[in-house]
Design a protein around this ligand. Sequence first.
Ligand code: GLA
Length: 628
Amino acid sequence: MKPLGTLPFAALLFASPAWAGGVEAGGTWTAYDKGQAELPPMGWNSWNAFYHDVDEEKVLASAQIIVDNGLAAKGYRYINIDDGWWLRRSQPDGRMVIRTATFPSAVAESGRTSFRPLTDRLHAMGLKAGIYSDIGRNSCGQTFGHGAANNPAGTREEREVGLFGHIDEDIALYFEDWGFDYIKVDGCGIRGMGVDNPNVAAGTYREFEPLIDFDSIARTKVSEVRALYQKVAEALERSNPDGDFIFSICLWGAADVRSWAHEVGNISRTSEDIGPQWGRMLHNLDSAARRALYAQPGSWNDPDMLFVGTGDFDRDHLVEARSHFSLWAMLNAPLIIGYDLRKATPELMAILGNERVIGLNQDPAGNQAVLAFDTDDLQIYVKTLADGSKAVALFNRTAAPLDATLTAAHLKFAEDASVRMVDLWSGASSSFTREHALVLGPRETRLFRTSGTRQLADGLYLSEMPGSVNVAEDGIVHLEADPSIHRAEIAWQGTRGGGEPPRYAGWGGARADRAPYGQHLRIAGQPFASGIGILANSRLEVRNTGFGRFASEVGVDDSATDASQRVRFELYGDGKLVAQSDWLAFGRQAQPLHAELRGQTILELVVRTAGPSERPVPVVWGNAALLR
Ligand code: GLA
């Protein structure tokens, strides 16, 4: 190791304690921009419809219905095969073998199997094709013992069908030879193949010392997990020089994936599997709902695939089905149908095919909805659209009717001017001034597209444009589970065991219009309805598409519990410091911070503490906005 004296200045900075590291301005946009995820992916996946019982006929039937019913023309393009397709990894060449009993077109003359005939057919239908793998040696079915009939067969080595040790060959096979366009990479093989797995103990599968402990971030090897997924991204980029791929990271919110997936892949699961139960839908919704700043074109939050059509969202529960679909659209979640479309009624098809709702999800600005009102019972989500209008969802989470009042302020519209609304489910138009009362039926979501007079006439608050903000460093040092997520019974466990603990490290992440721990934004008693709440020792990247000025009022948030820390706010344009605040202490009034922008395209908002802090320091970029 070099003696400290010979290290360059930058290295010294990097070697200093965590409170100073990671917040140096780089002048670039670091979120993932490879692949084909400029908009949230749309399509169909076999899992929620068929679980392991997937076959070629089912896949093609669904694809045909998607084309014939006009869903393909509305954007549903990816037809994805999930767990259950593999037979074995042949030895000694290591080439993957397809289960031809269920995918007969995969029988190739060479004696080897190939998905090329199937992907050719899908491509000829104008669709794209997706495949599934695991980052470990074994699959989820093998790890958790489900899907026995379609789990891989053969010797122990032949049954090692996951990517571990085979990333480059498998990705080349799936994308170059077999012609896939999308891959979902699960993580069961690095989570559940420890010595305590009975099948490992019995010698059926090789032990893999877990890199992920779903219930303990301290026992999870975050950087090793990230490095494996990073290798997949690199292999995908090599195998797809035209960039025609989607990389779906499936780590169920574990391994602090929130903090890194946006640099590694196109979509990333934020929670455990969704189920066709209302409570599980709420759970998955909540896992993404407060993370608007962690999604942007190229890398989206994935609260899991749709369950429209099944269980609590079936043909007899169209209110619930519409709520589920409305909310996924508002969150910019991938719209991946998980239903046997051969059984779909016209009413269910009309939900999946509602172009007004799809249009929210596919809006080019890429802004995930932000919570304008948030309680356990009722929520109001607002999404700023590319044309400046706002979509709003008023969501009744409960099984009883609720009164709701939508205000112009929720929409950041002027209170004295008319707000026009179109109901995206009924098509009805209406308008109101100041506020509008409505009654939400049990589990109902009312969804509107609205236009009005903007409070901020000459620009956009950063909290209105989360799709142009990348949380490069959110300042979280102590990883804590998120306590704000609805904990519902998991169907396959029922009430056995002790119930659901808080999960998903990342509590205290950056928030639009809220403080990191959910309080309203406030500096020395002064409330801010608009702004970014974030912990100190953080760095945000903001894309500037032609604005001339940045303005904000900054300070320590009143929710800080360590009042001794001083913080400094710094604004960089294309890597150069353009403005900075004084060193500000808790209780000091908000200080204006603004700068003229001279064509800079990447702004960086850095906050640092003067020294190491025992507790995280929540700070406010109050009214932070880009102005013309
Ligand atoms: C995991 C994933 C699911 C599905 C199954 C397949 O549970 O989270 O989405 O892919 O594996 O076994």
